[in-house]
Design a protein around this ligand. Structure first.
Ligand code: HEM
Length: 452
Protein backbone atom coordinates (compact mmCIF):
# COMPACT_ATOMS: atom_id res chain seq x y z
CA UNK A 1 0.00 0.00 0.00
CA UNK A 2 1.36 3.36 -0.90
CA UNK A 3 0.18 6.86 -0.26
CA UNK A 4 2.43 8.25 -2.97
CA UNK A 5 1.55 8.97 -6.54
CA UNK A 6 3.64 6.50 -8.48
CA UNK A 7 6.63 8.12 -10.12
CA UNK A 8 7.06 5.20 -12.46
CA UNK A 9 3.63 4.58 -13.94
CA UNK A 10 3.85 7.40 -16.39
CA UNK A 11 0.73 8.01 -18.38
CA UNK A 12 1.77 11.39 -19.61
CA UNK A 13 3.56 12.04 -22.85
CA UNK A 14 7.34 11.63 -22.83
CA UNK A 15 9.02 14.84 -21.93
CA UNK A 16 9.38 17.36 -24.67
CA UNK A 17 12.93 18.47 -25.38
CA UNK A 18 12.09 21.76 -23.65
CA UNK A 19 11.32 20.05 -20.35
CA UNK A 20 14.38 19.84 -18.18
CA UNK A 21 15.09 18.49 -14.75
CA UNK A 22 15.78 20.75 -11.79
CA UNK A 23 19.34 19.48 -11.65
CA UNK A 24 20.01 21.00 -15.05
CA UNK A 25 18.84 24.44 -14.09
CA UNK A 26 22.36 25.79 -13.75
CA UNK A 27 23.09 25.12 -17.43
CA UNK A 28 20.39 27.48 -18.60
CA UNK A 29 21.13 30.80 -20.18
CA UNK A 30 20.72 33.58 -17.68
CA UNK A 31 17.09 34.50 -17.16
CA UNK A 32 15.66 31.31 -18.67
CA UNK A 33 13.78 29.27 -16.11
CA UNK A 34 14.00 25.50 -15.89
CA UNK A 35 10.84 23.42 -15.73
CA UNK A 36 11.37 20.63 -13.18
CA UNK A 37 10.59 17.02 -13.92
CA UNK A 38 7.04 15.80 -13.27
CA UNK A 39 5.57 12.58 -14.59
CA UNK A 40 1.86 12.32 -13.95
CA UNK A 41 1.23 8.97 -12.34
CA UNK A 42 -1.74 7.20 -10.87
CA UNK A 43 -2.26 6.32 -7.27
CA UNK A 44 -3.07 2.66 -7.12
CA UNK A 45 -4.10 0.09 -4.59
CA UNK A 46 -5.91 0.18 -1.34
CA UNK A 47 -5.65 3.93 -0.72
CA UNK A 48 -7.62 4.79 -3.86
CA UNK A 49 -10.19 2.10 -3.09
CA UNK A 50 -10.61 3.50 0.43
CA UNK A 51 -10.96 7.11 -0.82
CA UNK A 52 -13.48 6.15 -3.50
CA UNK A 53 -15.45 4.00 -1.05
CA UNK A 54 -15.58 6.89 1.42
CA UNK A 55 -16.88 9.25 -1.26
CA UNK A 56 -19.42 6.62 -2.27
CA UNK A 57 -20.60 6.30 1.32
CA UNK A 58 -20.71 10.05 1.87
CA UNK A 59 -22.96 10.53 -1.15
CA UNK A 60 -25.62 8.01 -0.01
CA UNK A 61 -28.95 9.72 0.62
CA UNK A 62 -30.11 7.06 3.09
CA UNK A 63 -27.07 7.64 5.28
CA UNK A 64 -27.43 11.42 5.23
CA UNK A 65 -31.13 11.14 6.08
CA UNK A 66 -30.53 8.64 8.87
CA UNK A 67 -27.86 10.79 10.50
CA UNK A 68 -29.75 14.08 10.08
CA UNK A 69 -32.70 12.46 11.87
CA UNK A 70 -31.08 10.24 14.50
CA UNK A 71 -27.54 11.48 15.04
CA UNK A 72 -27.11 14.93 13.48
CA UNK A 73 -23.72 15.71 15.05
CA UNK A 74 -21.81 12.43 15.30
CA UNK A 75 -18.53 12.48 17.23
CA UNK A 76 -16.13 9.57 17.19
CA UNK A 77 -12.57 9.65 18.52
CA UNK A 78 -11.07 12.90 17.23
CA UNK A 79 -13.59 13.22 14.38
CA UNK A 80 -16.92 15.01 14.24
CA UNK A 81 -19.51 15.63 11.54
CA UNK A 82 -22.26 18.14 10.98
CA UNK A 83 -25.14 17.01 8.78
CA UNK A 84 -27.97 19.57 9.20
CA UNK A 85 -28.13 22.72 7.10
CA UNK A 86 -28.09 25.10 10.10
CA UNK A 87 -25.12 23.36 11.72
CA UNK A 88 -23.14 23.25 8.48
CA UNK A 89 -23.82 26.96 8.05
CA UNK A 90 -22.78 27.63 11.65
CA UNK A 91 -19.47 25.80 11.32
CA UNK A 92 -18.60 27.46 8.00
CA UNK A 93 -19.49 30.88 9.44
CA UNK A 94 -16.95 30.53 12.26
CA UNK A 95 -13.49 30.56 10.65
CA UNK A 96 -12.25 31.94 13.98
CA UNK A 97 -13.04 28.52 15.53
CA UNK A 98 -13.11 26.05 12.62
CA UNK A 99 -9.87 26.42 10.70
CA UNK A 100 -9.07 25.13 7.23
CA UNK A 101 -6.67 22.17 7.49
CA UNK A 102 -4.48 23.13 4.54
CA UNK A 103 -3.37 26.69 5.35
CA UNK A 104 0.34 25.96 5.86
CA UNK A 105 0.50 23.46 3.05
CA UNK A 106 -0.99 25.90 0.50
CA UNK A 107 1.54 28.53 1.54
CA UNK A 108 4.42 26.03 1.41
CA UNK A 109 3.47 24.67 -2.02
CA UNK A 110 3.12 28.18 -3.42
CA UNK A 111 6.82 28.78 -2.80
CA UNK A 112 8.15 25.24 -2.85
CA UNK A 113 11.94 25.08 -3.03
CA UNK A 114 12.29 28.66 -1.81
CA UNK A 115 12.92 29.76 1.71
CA UNK A 116 9.52 31.40 2.07
CA UNK A 117 5.80 30.63 2.07
CA UNK A 118 3.02 32.79 0.68
CA UNK A 119 -0.54 32.31 1.91
CA UNK A 120 -3.59 32.44 -0.33
CA UNK A 121 -7.19 33.36 0.63
CA UNK A 122 -8.59 29.86 1.00
CA UNK A 123 -5.83 29.18 3.51
CA UNK A 124 -6.35 32.40 5.50
CA UNK A 125 -8.82 32.17 8.38
CA UNK A 126 -8.11 35.58 9.90
CA UNK A 127 -10.99 37.69 8.57
CA UNK A 128 -9.09 40.94 8.14
CA UNK A 129 -6.13 39.34 6.41
CA UNK A 130 -8.47 37.23 4.28
CA UNK A 131 -10.57 40.19 3.16
CA UNK A 132 -7.50 42.30 2.45
CA UNK A 133 -6.17 39.65 0.10
CA UNK A 134 -9.61 38.90 -1.35
CA UNK A 135 -9.95 42.54 -2.44
CA UNK A 136 -6.64 42.39 -4.24
CA UNK A 137 -7.57 39.11 -5.94
CA UNK A 138 -10.82 40.68 -7.09
CA UNK A 139 -9.03 43.70 -8.53
CA UNK A 140 -7.31 41.31 -10.93
CA UNK A 141 -10.19 38.88 -11.46
CA UNK A 142 -12.98 41.36 -12.09
CA UNK A 143 -16.68 40.66 -12.12
CA UNK A 144 -17.02 42.77 -15.27
CA UNK A 145 -14.83 40.20 -17.09
CA UNK A 146 -17.81 37.88 -17.22
CA UNK A 147 -18.60 38.69 -20.88
CA UNK A 148 -15.01 37.96 -21.84
CA UNK A 149 -14.93 34.63 -19.99
CA UNK A 150 -18.32 33.71 -21.47
CA UNK A 151 -17.16 34.37 -25.03
CA UNK A 152 -13.82 32.61 -24.51
CA UNK A 153 -15.47 29.56 -22.99
CA UNK A 154 -18.00 29.30 -25.79
CA UNK A 155 -15.38 29.64 -28.54
CA UNK A 156 -13.06 27.08 -27.01
CA UNK A 157 -15.97 24.67 -26.38
CA UNK A 158 -17.04 25.02 -30.03
CA UNK A 159 -13.46 24.41 -31.16
CA UNK A 160 -13.22 21.34 -28.93
CA UNK A 161 -16.43 19.92 -30.35
CA UNK A 162 -15.32 20.54 -33.89
CA UNK A 163 -12.26 18.39 -33.14
CA UNK A 164 -14.56 15.42 -32.42
CA UNK A 165 -13.80 12.34 -34.51
CA UNK A 166 -15.92 9.93 -36.56
CA UNK A 167 -17.20 6.89 -34.64
CA UNK A 168 -15.47 3.75 -35.93
CA UNK A 169 -18.74 1.87 -36.54
CA UNK A 170 -21.28 4.52 -37.52
CA UNK A 171 -21.68 7.91 -39.12
CA UNK A 172 -21.88 9.54 -35.72
CA UNK A 173 -19.21 11.73 -34.08
CA UNK A 174 -17.50 11.09 -30.77
CA UNK A 175 -15.48 13.04 -28.23
CA UNK A 176 -13.86 12.35 -24.88
CA UNK A 177 -16.02 14.90 -23.08
CA UNK A 178 -13.69 15.15 -20.07
CA UNK A 179 -10.21 15.42 -21.48
CA UNK A 180 -11.05 17.08 -24.79
CA UNK A 181 -13.78 19.42 -23.58
CA UNK A 182 -14.48 19.78 -19.85
CA UNK A 183 -10.79 20.03 -18.87
CA UNK A 184 -9.70 21.71 -22.09
CA UNK A 185 -11.97 24.75 -21.82
CA UNK A 186 -10.67 25.86 -18.39
CA UNK A 187 -7.10 25.44 -19.68
CA UNK A 188 -7.94 27.73 -22.60
CA UNK A 189 -9.41 30.27 -20.19
CA UNK A 190 -6.18 30.08 -18.14
CA UNK A 191 -4.24 30.82 -21.28
CA UNK A 192 -6.31 33.59 -22.81
CA UNK A 193 -7.95 35.27 -19.81
CA UNK A 194 -5.36 34.65 -17.09
CA UNK A 195 -2.47 35.02 -19.57
CA UNK A 196 -0.69 31.80 -18.51
CA UNK A 197 0.77 30.00 -21.52
CA UNK A 198 0.57 26.21 -21.04
CA UNK A 199 2.52 23.99 -23.41
CA UNK A 200 1.71 20.50 -22.15
CA UNK A 201 -1.92 20.99 -21.32
CA UNK A 202 -2.94 17.58 -19.99
CA UNK A 203 0.22 17.24 -17.96
CA UNK A 204 -0.37 20.65 -16.44
CA UNK A 205 -4.00 19.73 -15.67
CA UNK A 206 -2.83 16.55 -13.90
CA UNK A 207 -0.31 18.53 -11.82
CA UNK A 208 -3.07 20.88 -10.65
CA UNK A 209 -5.33 17.90 -9.86
CA UNK A 210 -2.58 16.22 -7.84
CA UNK A 211 -2.18 19.39 -5.79
CA UNK A 212 -5.93 19.87 -5.38
CA UNK A 213 -6.56 16.23 -4.39
CA UNK A 214 -3.76 16.49 -1.83
CA UNK A 215 -4.88 19.78 -0.26
CA UNK A 216 -8.59 19.11 -0.07
CA UNK A 217 -8.50 15.46 0.98
CA UNK A 218 -8.89 14.14 4.50
CA UNK A 219 -6.68 15.90 7.07
CA UNK A 220 -3.98 15.89 8.28
CA UNK A 221 -2.49 17.43 5.12
CA UNK A 222 1.20 16.53 5.30
CA UNK A 223 3.94 17.18 2.72
CA UNK A 224 4.46 14.33 0.23
CA UNK A 225 7.37 14.12 -2.20
CA UNK A 226 5.22 13.24 -5.24
CA UNK A 227 2.97 16.24 -4.60
CA UNK A 228 6.01 18.48 -4.18
CA UNK A 229 7.10 17.44 -7.68
CA UNK A 230 3.69 18.21 -9.14
CA UNK A 231 3.61 21.58 -7.35
CA UNK A 232 7.17 22.45 -8.45
CA UNK A 233 6.25 21.77 -12.08
CA UNK A 234 2.98 23.73 -11.79
CA UNK A 235 4.76 26.60 -10.08
CA UNK A 236 7.51 26.72 -12.71
CA UNK A 237 4.96 27.01 -15.54
CA UNK A 238 3.35 29.94 -13.72
CA UNK A 239 6.77 31.48 -13.03
CA UNK A 240 7.64 31.26 -16.70
CA UNK A 241 4.46 33.13 -17.60
CA UNK A 242 5.26 35.85 -15.04
CA UNK A 243 8.83 36.17 -16.41
CA UNK A 244 7.45 36.46 -19.93
CA UNK A 245 5.01 39.19 -18.95
CA UNK A 246 7.67 41.16 -17.07
CA UNK A 247 10.13 40.91 -19.97
CA UNK A 248 7.64 41.51 -22.77
CA UNK A 249 4.56 43.20 -21.36
CA UNK A 250 1.49 42.27 -23.38
CA UNK A 251 -1.34 44.52 -24.27
CA UNK A 252 -4.41 42.36 -24.03
CA UNK A 253 -5.64 43.07 -20.50
CA UNK A 254 -5.01 39.62 -19.07
CA UNK A 255 -5.17 38.93 -15.34
CA UNK A 256 -1.40 38.44 -15.40
CA UNK A 257 -0.86 41.88 -16.88
CA UNK A 258 -3.03 43.39 -14.17
CA UNK A 259 -1.20 41.49 -11.44
CA UNK A 260 2.18 42.64 -12.69
CA UNK A 261 0.88 46.24 -12.76
CA UNK A 262 -0.36 45.75 -9.19
CA UNK A 263 3.24 45.50 -7.98
CA UNK A 264 2.99 49.27 -7.67
CA UNK A 265 1.13 51.12 -4.91
CA UNK A 266 -1.55 50.91 -3.63
CA UNK A 267 -1.51 47.09 -4.01
CA UNK A 268 2.25 46.57 -3.64
CA UNK A 269 2.03 42.93 -4.69
CA UNK A 270 5.25 40.99 -4.39
CA UNK A 271 6.31 38.61 -7.10
CA UNK A 272 5.44 35.73 -4.77
CA UNK A 273 1.96 37.17 -4.25
CA UNK A 274 1.43 37.21 -8.02
CA UNK A 275 2.43 33.57 -8.24
CA UNK A 276 0.28 32.60 -5.24
CA UNK A 277 -2.76 34.39 -6.70
CA UNK A 278 -2.35 32.67 -10.05
CA UNK A 279 -1.67 29.25 -8.54
CA UNK A 280 -4.64 29.57 -6.19
CA UNK A 281 -6.99 30.67 -8.95
CA UNK A 282 -5.77 27.88 -11.25
CA UNK A 283 -5.97 25.13 -8.64
CA UNK A 284 -9.45 26.43 -7.74
CA UNK A 285 -10.42 26.27 -11.39
CA UNK A 286 -8.98 23.50 -13.57
CA UNK A 287 -9.41 20.54 -11.17
CA UNK A 288 -12.66 21.81 -9.63
CA UNK A 289 -14.40 22.57 -12.90
CA UNK A 290 -13.24 19.22 -14.29
CA UNK A 291 -14.76 17.52 -11.26
CA UNK A 292 -17.92 19.62 -11.36
CA UNK A 293 -18.39 19.38 -15.14
CA UNK A 294 -17.70 15.63 -15.14
CA UNK A 295 -20.23 15.04 -12.38
CA UNK A 296 -22.85 17.21 -14.09
CA UNK A 297 -22.43 15.32 -17.37
CA UNK A 298 -22.65 11.99 -15.57
CA UNK A 299 -25.93 13.09 -13.93
CA UNK A 300 -27.39 14.32 -17.24
CA UNK A 301 -26.52 11.01 -18.90
CA UNK A 302 -27.97 9.03 -15.99
CA UNK A 303 -31.23 10.96 -15.62
CA UNK A 304 -33.35 11.65 -18.65
CA UNK A 305 -35.31 14.34 -16.84
CA UNK A 306 -32.13 16.28 -16.03
CA UNK A 307 -30.88 15.93 -19.61
CA UNK A 308 -34.22 17.06 -21.10
CA UNK A 309 -34.30 20.14 -18.86
CA UNK A 310 -30.71 21.07 -19.72
CA UNK A 311 -31.30 20.54 -23.45
CA UNK A 312 -34.40 22.67 -23.33
CA UNK A 313 -32.65 25.55 -21.54
CA UNK A 314 -29.67 25.34 -23.92
CA UNK A 315 -31.95 25.19 -26.98
CA UNK A 316 -33.91 28.21 -25.79
CA UNK A 317 -30.66 30.16 -25.43
CA UNK A 318 -31.55 30.85 -21.78
CA UNK A 319 -28.08 30.93 -20.21
CA UNK A 320 -29.38 31.76 -16.76
CA UNK A 321 -31.76 28.80 -16.76
CA UNK A 322 -29.07 26.54 -18.20
CA UNK A 323 -26.69 27.52 -15.38
CA UNK A 324 -29.39 26.82 -12.78
CA UNK A 325 -30.25 23.49 -14.38
CA UNK A 326 -26.61 22.35 -14.47
CA UNK A 327 -25.94 23.42 -10.88
CA UNK A 328 -29.16 21.72 -9.76
CA UNK A 329 -27.90 18.53 -11.46
CA UNK A 330 -24.61 18.99 -9.57
CA UNK A 331 -26.49 19.14 -6.25
CA UNK A 332 -27.14 15.41 -6.75
CA UNK A 333 -23.44 14.73 -7.41
CA UNK A 334 -21.44 17.65 -6.00
CA UNK A 335 -17.75 18.11 -6.73
CA UNK A 336 -17.16 16.85 -3.19
CA UNK A 337 -19.49 15.81 -0.35
CA UNK A 338 -18.07 18.59 1.87
CA UNK A 339 -14.91 20.23 3.24
CA UNK A 340 -13.00 19.52 6.43
CA UNK A 341 -12.21 21.92 9.24
CA UNK A 342 -10.09 21.65 12.39
CA UNK A 343 -11.78 22.78 15.61
CA UNK A 344 -9.40 25.18 17.38
CA UNK A 345 -11.14 25.17 20.78
CA UNK A 346 -13.94 23.30 22.55
CA UNK A 347 -17.08 24.62 20.85
CA UNK A 348 -20.79 23.81 21.17
CA UNK A 349 -22.61 23.53 17.85
CA UNK A 350 -26.39 24.21 17.73
CA UNK A 351 -26.51 25.62 21.29
CA UNK A 352 -29.95 25.69 22.90
CA UNK A 353 -31.29 22.84 20.74
CA UNK A 354 -31.78 19.19 21.65
CA UNK A 355 -29.02 18.21 19.24
CA UNK A 356 -26.40 20.58 20.76
CA UNK A 357 -22.97 18.93 20.95
CA UNK A 358 -19.59 20.12 22.11
CA UNK A 359 -16.84 19.47 19.60
CA UNK A 360 -13.48 19.04 21.26
CA UNK A 361 -10.44 21.12 20.46
CA UNK A 362 -8.35 19.64 17.64
CA UNK A 363 -11.20 17.48 16.30
CA UNK A 364 -11.31 17.04 12.56
CA UNK A 365 -14.74 18.14 11.48
CA UNK A 366 -16.36 16.91 8.29
CA UNK A 367 -18.76 19.62 7.15
CA UNK A 368 -21.29 17.68 5.10
CA UNK A 369 -22.52 20.33 2.67
CA UNK A 370 -24.15 17.72 0.44
CA UNK A 371 -26.28 16.56 3.36
CA UNK A 372 -27.18 20.20 4.15
CA UNK A 373 -28.49 20.67 0.60
CA UNK A 374 -30.91 17.75 1.16
CA UNK A 375 -32.03 18.81 4.65
CA UNK A 376 -35.81 19.22 4.48
CA UNK A 377 -35.74 21.49 7.57
CA UNK A 378 -34.31 24.14 5.25
CA UNK A 379 -34.69 22.97 1.66
CA UNK A 380 -38.14 22.57 0.15
CA UNK A 381 -38.65 19.07 -1.34
CA UNK A 382 -34.93 18.48 -1.47
CA UNK A 383 -35.05 15.23 -3.45
CA UNK A 384 -36.94 16.86 -6.31
CA UNK A 385 -34.99 18.15 -9.29
CA UNK A 386 -35.89 21.83 -9.43
CA UNK A 387 -33.69 24.34 -11.27
CA UNK A 388 -35.77 27.21 -9.83
CA UNK A 389 -34.58 26.79 -6.25
CA UNK A 390 -33.50 29.85 -4.26
CA UNK A 391 -29.73 30.41 -4.13
CA UNK A 392 -29.82 29.80 -0.36
CA UNK A 393 -30.59 26.09 -0.98
CA UNK A 394 -27.11 25.60 -2.41
CA UNK A 395 -23.77 25.09 -0.71
CA UNK A 396 -22.00 23.83 -3.82
CA UNK A 397 -19.78 26.91 -3.81
CA UNK A 398 -19.25 26.90 -0.06
CA UNK A 399 -20.70 29.16 2.61
CA UNK A 400 -19.46 32.09 4.69
CA UNK A 401 -16.08 33.76 4.42
CA UNK A 402 -14.50 31.19 2.10
CA UNK A 403 -17.43 31.25 -0.35
CA UNK A 404 -16.04 30.64 -3.83
CA UNK A 405 -14.43 33.77 -5.29
CA UNK A 406 -14.33 32.07 -8.70
CA UNK A 407 -18.10 31.48 -8.78
CA UNK A 408 -18.66 33.85 -11.68
CA UNK A 409 -15.99 32.11 -13.76
CA UNK A 410 -17.19 28.65 -12.72
CA UNK A 411 -20.78 29.34 -13.70
CA UNK A 412 -20.24 30.80 -17.14
CA UNK A 413 -17.46 28.41 -18.09
CA UNK A 414 -19.60 25.39 -17.21
CA UNK A 415 -22.74 26.80 -18.83
CA UNK A 416 -21.00 27.70 -22.09
CA UNK A 417 -19.22 24.35 -22.29
CA UNK A 418 -22.48 22.46 -21.86
CA UNK A 419 -24.33 24.81 -24.20
CA UNK A 420 -21.98 23.77 -26.99
CA UNK A 421 -22.21 20.07 -26.11
CA UNK A 422 -25.98 20.03 -25.67
CA UNK A 423 -26.43 21.59 -29.12
CA UNK A 424 -25.18 18.31 -30.63
CA UNK A 425 -28.12 16.21 -31.87
CA UNK A 426 -28.90 12.92 -30.20
CA UNK A 427 -26.12 13.18 -27.61
CA UNK A 428 -25.54 9.82 -25.90
CA UNK A 429 -23.06 8.13 -23.61
CA UNK A 430 -20.52 5.94 -25.42
CA UNK A 431 -18.44 4.86 -22.42
CA UNK A 432 -18.25 4.85 -18.64
CA UNK A 433 -16.98 7.73 -16.57
CA UNK A 434 -13.36 6.85 -15.80
CA UNK A 435 -11.55 8.39 -12.88
CA UNK A 436 -7.94 9.28 -12.15
CA UNK A 437 -7.90 9.06 -8.37
CA UNK A 438 -11.13 10.94 -7.64
CA UNK A 439 -11.07 13.21 -10.70
CA UNK A 440 -13.04 12.50 -13.89
CA UNK A 441 -10.54 11.55 -16.59
CA UNK A 442 -12.51 10.15 -19.55
CA UNK A 443 -16.13 9.97 -20.62
CA UNK A 444 -16.77 9.17 -24.25
CA UNK A 445 -19.98 10.61 -25.73
CA UNK A 446 -21.32 10.46 -29.27
CA UNK A 447 -23.77 12.49 -31.32
CA UNK A 448 -25.12 12.89 -34.85
CA UNK A 449 -23.17 15.15 -37.16
CA UNK A 450 -24.81 18.57 -37.52
CA UNK A 451 -26.31 18.97 -41.00
CA UNK A 452 -25.07 22.13 -42.71
C1 HEM B 1 -18.14 24.56 -10.28
C2 HEM B 1 -16.90 24.86 -9.95
C3 HEM B 1 -16.51 25.23 -8.55
C4 HEM B 1 -16.96 24.73 -7.37
C5 HEM B 1 -18.00 23.65 -7.18
C6 HEM B 1 -16.25 25.43 -6.33
C7 HEM B 1 -16.46 25.22 -4.98
C8 HEM B 1 -15.86 25.94 -3.97
C9 HEM B 1 -16.10 25.75 -2.57
C10 HEM B 1 -17.05 24.71 -1.98
C11 HEM B 1 -15.35 26.63 -1.89
C12 HEM B 1 -15.24 26.79 -0.37
C13 HEM B 1 -14.19 25.82 0.13
C14 HEM B 1 -14.14 25.74 1.64
O1 HEM B 1 -14.90 26.42 2.32
O2 HEM B 1 -13.30 24.95 2.16
C15 HEM B 1 -14.61 27.40 -2.85
C16 HEM B 1 -13.71 28.39 -2.55
C17 HEM B 1 -12.87 28.93 -3.48
N1 HEM B 1 -12.90 28.74 -4.83
FE1 HEM B 1 -14.21 27.63 -5.86
N2 HEM B 1 -15.38 26.31 -6.88
C18 HEM B 1 -15.51 26.23 -8.23
C19 HEM B 1 -14.81 26.96 -9.15
C20 HEM B 1 -13.83 27.86 -8.85
C21 HEM B 1 -13.11 28.64 -9.82
C22 HEM B 1 -13.42 28.65 -11.30
C23 HEM B 1 -12.16 29.34 -9.13
C24 HEM B 1 -11.15 30.30 -9.65
C25 HEM B 1 -11.26 30.93 -10.79
C26 HEM B 1 -12.30 29.03 -7.74
C27 HEM B 1 -11.53 29.54 -6.72
C28 HEM B 1 -11.86 29.44 -5.38
C29 HEM B 1 -11.13 30.12 -4.33
C30 HEM B 1 -9.90 30.98 -4.50
C31 HEM B 1 -11.78 29.83 -3.14
C32 HEM B 1 -11.44 30.36 -1.76
C33 HEM B 1 -12.21 31.66 -1.54
C34 HEM B 1 -11.93 32.30 -0.20
O3 HEM B 1 -11.35 31.68 0.67
O4 HEM B 1 -12.32 33.47 -0.05
N3 HEM B 1 -13.32 28.13 -7.60
N4 HEM B 1 -14.94 26.95 -4.12
Amino acid sequence: MTAEISETTSMGEPFAAKTRSTGEAAQHPAGERAIPSYKPGRQRGILVIVRRSLVWLLTRQWLMRLLRTCWPIPRLFRYAMVTRYDDVAEVLSRPDVFKVPFAEEIARLNDIGENSSTPFILGIDDKEAHDRQLKRVMRAFRREDIAKVTALSRTSADNAISSSTACPSSKRRQIDAIRDLITRVPLEVCKKYYGVEIEEQQKFAYATMDVSGHLFGRPTVKPRPAIDKAAAYFRAVVDQAIDGEIKNPGNSDTVLERLVAMQKAPDNLTRNDIRAFLMGMIVGFVPTNTMAGGHILEMLLRKEKFMDAAREAAGAGDDDLLERTLFEAMRFMPHNPGPFRICSRDYTVAPGTSRAKTIKKESKVFVWTMSAMFDSHQVDRPREFNPHRPASDYMLLGYGMHWCVGAFIARVQIAQTFKALLAQPNLKRAGKLQLRELFPDHLLVEFDPVKR
